[in-house]
Ligand binder design. Structure first.
Ligand code: NAD
Length: 249
């Protein structure tokens, strides 16, 4: 697929953070990347320019992944414009942390709605065109906590564990059409969020990581780019852990 000049990719939540790094890692001449976000602002435009500087085409497509009708409309637009979709990266994600005794129904619904139903909405919308074109790559961004559990994140962990089950099931359903479906599970990644943590918390987290440091968005993005590449044609239904060794499975 990497040598096909007309490849089309969609990265949800692609404006910033890990999504931005994924778009940049995929970017190369011949590829058109649709950058999705729930609101497209300056960050998205900056990412678009950075992707284009690497020789890929970049288009912005605004929709809320949790809204099935909006997703279908967004995908209709992409398919009308490009005629196909080769790579879907379900990266959009949110947190609404709380201990289970205090967790509000709205916090549960919001996180499950974006992280899990959002991926379902996008996968369902791309599955028919990918089946028709007899090929495609779907990559879901899960998390190490989806496998380990994490106090204070019942909603987030349930969504990320759910993504792994979704990945394995859709991988089985679509394999005969040469569509691979995999998950990437990042560990602690250096973001504004981890930088803002108190030193004590940071040190506690670092003590759990054999490589002794947080990962970078680029290191997560490299695993996604590998799964989207011609080097990964025989890999499906898998979870690639990018966590510095904090969980070994
Ligand atoms: P981020 O908040 O920087 O980026 C997430 C992007 O998703 C944002 O641009 C946001 O606007 C977008 N988004 C949110 N809701 C959306 C919706 N309903 N529709 C469309 N877009 C929406 O977060 P990040 O750290 O870059 O995380 C990216 C993914 O990686 C998430 O799925 C997250 O759960 C996962 N992850 C992150 C870490 C980490 O340490 N940062 C670790 C493991 C997994």
């Amino acid at each position: 697929m990497m040598n096909d000049n007309s490849r089309i990719a969609l990265v949800t939540g692609g404006a910033r953070g890990i999504g931005r790094a994924i778009a940049l890692a995929l970017a190369q001449p011949g590829l058109t990347i649709y950058l999705n976000d729930v609101v497209l602002g300056e960050e998205a435009v900056r990412t678009q320019q950075e992707v284009e500087a690497k020789g890929a085409a970049a288009r912005l497509v605004e929709f809320n992944v949790a809204d099935a009708a909006a997703v279908n409309q967004g995908l209709d637009y992409i398919l009308k414009e490009s005629g196909r979709l080769d790579i879907l990266v379900n990266n959009a994600g949110i947190t609404r942390d709380n201990l289970i005794v205090r967790m509000k129904e709205t916090e549960w619904d919001a996180v499950l709605g974006v992280n899990l139903k959002g991926a379902f909405n996008c996968i369902r919308a791309v599955s028919r065109p990918m089946v028709k074109q007899r090929g495609g790559r779907i990559i879901n961004i899960s998390s190490v906590v989806g496998v380990m559990g994490n106090a204070g994140q019942a909603n987030y962990v349930a969504s990320k564990a759910g993504l792994i089950g979704l990945t394995k099931t859709v991988a089985r359903e679509l394999a005969s059409r040469n569509i691979t479906v995999n998950a990437v599970a990042p560990g602690f990644i250096q973001t504004e969020m981890t930088e803002a943590l108190p030193e004590v918390t940071r040190n506690l987290m670092l003590a759990q990581i054999p490589l002794g440091r947080f990962g970078t968005s680029e290191e997560v993005a490299q695993a996604v780019a590998f799964l989207a590449s011609d080097a990964a044609t025989y890999i499906t239904g898998q979870v690639i852990h990018v966590n510095g060794g904090m969980l070994m499975v």
